[in-house]
Design a protein around this ligand. Structure first.
Ligand code: SF4
Length: 287
């Protein structure tokens, strides 16, 4: 197998208590069987606390969410009590690996960290060069297009870059597909309703933003979104995956045009779309 990682992502370090949008919220975090068995038999106050914060359904054990929709093991200072009291090696598999992803595409393992993570968005925004991909265990570095060629795909130069297309028909289509995805929370549903209420205003804001946006950053974003879903090219075709990445980038672009804070728009899009694989499949199938 050939492991690939975008440059800059090997240095990923979680922001822990400094993170404004901890990933220990909104999702019910599954606990693998071995770790669940360890927690269930752990003696003392930590064992009691873990068991109070776990529940089981037909799919197995997971951590319960509190009323504020944060994991019950998250401390007020943003640190995880499992790590501070028991050590990182006592985390369940998902907490150990998140936000890293490993996409298997033929003989390639495409590695990275997910955009739902604040630190990942910062890494993507901090880069001042086109996205480059490192073949692990070698010194080879590829541009996005070169990586695709190495993987046996061929795309035009134009399709390897992002170009915004702020027009009303295009935006209506895009927003209607996004509004049909399974919402992560009520705020997403409200956001979609607000966007679809006045599409011409969104187009105007995006048109204005076209004159001032950072094309390098949006190219990096487009290629990163595209890269993560390359395993789907076999099922849906490379063009469909490219169009999914382009429309996803366009959505982040239009939200940045309206609301600013491009990093937050990436993160928010990712937690709604990328972290529900059903939503990703649904959006690609629309194409
Ligand atoms: S979102 Fe990223 S930086 Fe924040 S707590 Fe999770 S892994 Fe750490």
């Amino acid at each position: 197998m050939i492991s690939i990682i975008p440059e800059g992502f090997n240095e990923f370090v979680c922001k822990a208590g400094r993170c404004r949008h901890t990933c220990c919220q909104l999702w019910e975090i599954d606990i693998d069987d071995d770790t669940a068995a360890y927690y269930l038999h752990l003696k003392g106050p930590m064992g009691d606390k873990l068991r109070r914060n776990m529940e089981k359904n037909e799919e197995g054990w997971h951590f319960k969410l509190r009323k504020d929709r944060h994991c019950g093991m998250l401390r007020p200072d943003g640190l995880c009590e499992v790590i501070t009291e028991l050590g990182e090696d006592k985390l369940c598999d998902i907490c150990m690996v998140h936000p890293r992803f490993f996409t298997y595409a033929g003989e390639f393992i495409l590695c990275g960290t997910g955009l739902c993570c604040e630190r990942t968005c910062e890494i993507l925004m901090d880069g001042k060069q086109p996205l480059a991909f490192h073949e692990e265990d070698t010194d080879f570095i590829y541009s996005f297009r070169e990586l695709l060629e190495f993987m046996g795909f061929s795309i035009s130069e134009a399709l390897s870059h992002f170009t915004p297309r702020p027009d009303e028909g295009n935006y209506r289509n895009l927003l209607s597909d996004l509004a049909a995805t399974d919402p992560i929370d009520e705020a997403w549903t409200r956001e979609m309703a607000e966007l679809t209420k006045d599409v011409p205003a969104v187009v105007t804001a995006a048109g204005r933003y076209s004159a001032t946006y950072d094309p390098l950053l949006f190219d990096r974003l487009y290629q990163f979104i595209f890269y993560r879903q390359l395993d789907k090219a076999e099922t849906y075709g490379l063009e469909a995956v490219a169009e999914y990445a382009r429309r996803s980038t366009e959505f982040i672009f239009l939200e940045a045009a309206r609301l600013g804070d491009v990093g937050e728009q990436m993160r928010r899009w990712s937690e709604q779309i990328e972290y529900d694989t059903g939503n990703v499949d649904f959006l690609i199938q629309q194409l």
